[in-house]
Design a protein around this ligand. Structure first.
Ligand code: NFS
Length: 653
């Protein structure tokens, strides 16, 4: 196996790693070889929260620790390994929840501006969802216009960030039993910002020293992310840009075109990219591109922004997290437009070896070596036109060292909660009934949410694909978002034919009857909130218990790397879902903290964390959990094919 073949399972990626080496370009894959992770920090045993440290409190390897030794294993202030590991863990949650929630806030601000008519180019696209949300939030509909209602919705959404007491309005979406449980445990979030700030306060030197109490606040802030900031982002984006419905798209680096102006949109917030998609189709722009010798303008996405514009416009996806530098290595990208999150600082250095212009657009995220064209929501068209023009004018500067792999797969995306509801039940009786029925009769064993990043410490896409294939082979229907969704698209799992090739018999039958792939692409990382809503819909439909923790479901992030992944994992756990992570586990430096997350949390929340590096073994941990839940529901018996009449259904519930 060549060195590049050890880095990824994806052919296009391997090809471009080889091209990068030939072109003398340093990438994340080289840096991962050159620098090993710090073994003390990796397990949460380093505290750098004050200037007496950093203090390192590693466990001596291989030996049983005596109580005296344990007593001495402390930071200068006396902080124990437990306190330090828990602090580090919940600071990751604070980082992740901030990222998602600040995205949500940005969306709410734009939404409000659009509702007031102060953001030309944006309008309400999903009226039905607007009205539904207004009803959910107790906003008067009456004879009021959409704009009037939307102003109220926008203001109410924004207020959730700064709310000081009570609880988030969006929690009402959760099953009633879950809401009660959160209240009883004292983790129902008050305001989104407040819970995050409180983590920063409690983890400051000399504040909260009880690891259980620290982890409790971690759960509270994570819930404020999943059921708050992320959910607000998803809901308002759907109203403003349209709720996704099934759509065909392409994936992998082969979506780039040698004879067209290639613009890659990379990052997370679809606010500006929505407008860029429109501007790139303007005849004036296409004419300009032709005048520079190009055949047209080709847009492609990268990372979670890619998922957003794929779901709503079918724009092709160039790649996931670990492919961002490689896209530039093709030599064919005329501009890479970035907003926030998951953007390598090295892309400007890689771009120097080719001709690519890196364009930053957010005042929150600037990069030395990039051109900055700021996104102004009150005049988005002007920013978008300037960006597209900059890319077009850069087309003639290509250096000739172009190499675009011809790998390009087809995928179906756009499985929002609303779409699943409709696909399963039809327009007039939209429901999750067929899904629940097929879980009860055993054709579908359960549901798994497989999400999250890539991580250069493990082979690119290997964990994602191995896990997802193992799950569907065992009749587990997979829902996916983020970089996992992109990996699945690249591996050809997001098409209906994949059911015949990879799914177990029961799952295949259901997929073929309904006409869906065995892996359903639900969107970007903030859209993990869609999975929460889908799980709630399954509970509400009946027959599978009365809380999310009763459902035969599990979650995973086999190649996680970001703080956002920890926040997502924690809100899944606190919502009652068993969630398994790969790569490494950031609290292994403290057995107590790790045991609390892996075991005690199950007693409290009905969901708990798990860690397993091997994706196949991890898939089986999930399947075992699903089977455990099936047994508790009494649906583990013979999985024979029976047509259930009403009476039999009632018996089941
Ligand atoms: Ni989400 Fe991971 Fe980034 Fe998206 Fe990809 S790395 S936590 S999946 S792009 S946010």
């Amino acid at each position: 196996m060549s060195e590049a073949e050890n880095k990824s399972i994806d052919q296009a990626t391997i090809e471009l790693i080889e091209k990068a080496t030939a072109d003398g370009v340093n990438t994340v894959f080289d840096r991962a070889d050159a620098m090993k992770p710090c073994p003390i920090g990796a397990v949460g045993s380093c505290c750098k929260n004050c200037a007496m440290g950093p203090c390192r409190v590693p466990l001596a390897k291989g030996k049983e620790e005596t109580p005296e030794q344990k007593l001495k294993r402390r930071g200068l202030c006396g902080a124990t390994a437990e306190t330090i590991a828990a602090r580090n863990f919940i600071r990751m949650i604070a980082g992740g929840a901030s990222a998602h929630s600040d995205h949500g806030r940005g969306t709410a601000e734009l939404f409000l501006a659009a509702a007031k008519g102060e953001a030309p180019g944006y309008e309400i696209k999903d009226e039905q969802k607007l009205l539904q949300l207004a009803l959910d939030w107790g906003i008067d509909i009456g004879n009021r216009s959409n704009s009037e209602i939307a102003v109220d919705v926008g203001e109410k959404a924004l207020a959730e960030f700064g709310r000081q007491d009570g609880e988030l309005i969006t929690l009402r979406k959760a099953p009633l039993k879950r809401q009660e449980l959160w209240r009883n445990l004292g983790v129902a979030p008050r305001g989104i910002d407040r819970e995050i700030v409180e983590i920063m306060h409690r983890t400051h030197m000399g504040v909260d020293q009880d690891y259980k109490n620290l982890l409790k606040q971690g759960a509270r802030a994570a819930l404020a992310d999943g059921w708050g900031g992320s959910m607000i982002a998803t809901e308002l984006q759907d109203i403003l840009f349209g709720t996704p419905a099934p759509i065909l798209g392409k994936a992998n680096l082969g979506v780039l075109r040698e004879d067209e102006v290639n613009i890659i949109i990379h990052g997370h917030e679809p606010l500006l990219s929505e407008i860029i998609v429109a501007v790139a189709q303007e005849p004036k722009m296409v004419e300009l591109a032709k005048s520079k010798g190009a055949k047209g303008i080709n847009l492609a996405g990268m990372c979670c922004t890619a998922n957003e514009i794929l779901m709503r416009h079918g724009v092709g996806i160039a790649g996931n997290y670990l492919q961002q530098e490689l896209a530039l290595v093709t030599g064919a990208v005329d501009a890479m437009v970035v907003d926030v999150q998951c953007i390598f600082q090295s892309i400007t250095t890689v771009a120097e070896c080719y001709h690519t212009k890196i364009i930053t657009t957010s005042p929150k995220a600037k990069m030395p070596g990039a051109v900055h064209i700021e996104f102004d929501e009150h005049d988005a068209l002007t920013s978008a036109r300037e960006i597209v023009k900059t890319a077009i004018e850069n087309f003639p500067n290509r250096k000739g060292n172009i190499g675009i792999p011809d790998n390009e797969t087809t995928q179906i995306a756009g499985f929002s909660h609303e779409t699943i509801n409709y696909l399963l039940g039809g327009m007039f009786r939209a429901s999750y009934r067929p899904l629940n029925d097929n879980i009860i009769n055993g054709r579908i064993r359960g549901l798994a949410g497989v999400v999250g990043c890539n991580n250069a410490r493990v082979k690119h896409n290997e964990g994602h694909i191995a896990m997802v294939k193992e799950l569907i082979k065992n009749d587990v229907l997979v829902v996916t978002t983020g970089c996992n969704a992109i990996a699945c698209a690249e591996a050809g799992l997001l098409v209906t034919e994949a059911a015949a090739e990879f799914a177990g018999e029961g799952l295949r039958e259901v997929c073929e009857t309904v006409g869906i792939p065995p892996v359903l692409h639900m969107g970007s990382c903030v859209d993990n909130s869609r999975i929460l809503i889908a799980a709630t819909a399954m509970v509400k439909d009946g027959g599978l218990g009365d809380d999310i923790s009763d459902l035969p479901v599990a979650g995973a992030a086999p190649e996680w790397m970001s703080e956002k992944a920890i926040s997502i994992g924690q809100y899944f756990v606190a919502s009652g879902v068993y969630t398994v992570f790969g790569v490494n586990w950031p609290t292994l430096g403290s057995k107590e903290v790790t045991d609390f997350l892996f075991k005690d949390m199950e007693d409290m929340y009905g969901g708990m964390w798990g860690f397993e590096e091997d994706p196949i073994k991890a898939a089986h941990l999930m399947i075992d959990h699903i089977d455990k839940k099936r047994k508790a529901l009494g649906i583990d018996k013979a999985r024979e094919r029976v047509l259930y009449d009403m009476e039999m259904r009632r018996e089941l519930t």
